[in-house]
Design a protein around this ligand. Sequence first.
Ligand code: SF4
Ligand code: SF4
Length: 101
Amino acid sequence: MKPIIIDKKCGASESVCKALKACPLGAISYIEIDEPILSREVNCTSSPTADSGCGCNCDCGDGSSDCGGSPYGRIIIDYDKCTICGICVDECCGNAIEMVV
Ligand code: SF4
Ligand code: SF4
């Protein structure tokens, strides 16, 4: 078993990512790569990056703030550090992390 990030469901916001903050081993981090994801399957309609989307159920729903989600962003897991505790799966507010065999 190991946790995987489903990029299309992930808003990829470094400042909001609850899984990144919750991982006790510091195994989760944020990166940006050249390939944008332009159609994420997430629900946010308030962020300026809403076309790419954010799956986090944060408090920015009034549309006045930018959570920092980027189409170039990715949340990644360092499997050398991960102990497969499952906390990130529970904490991910976009249901973007799944345990797979
Ligand atoms: S969807 Fe999950 S993994 Fe993606 S930024 Fe939000 S909390 Fe982090
Ligand atoms: S399963 Fe646990 S150790 Fe691994 S990335 Fe998630 S929170 Fe971190």
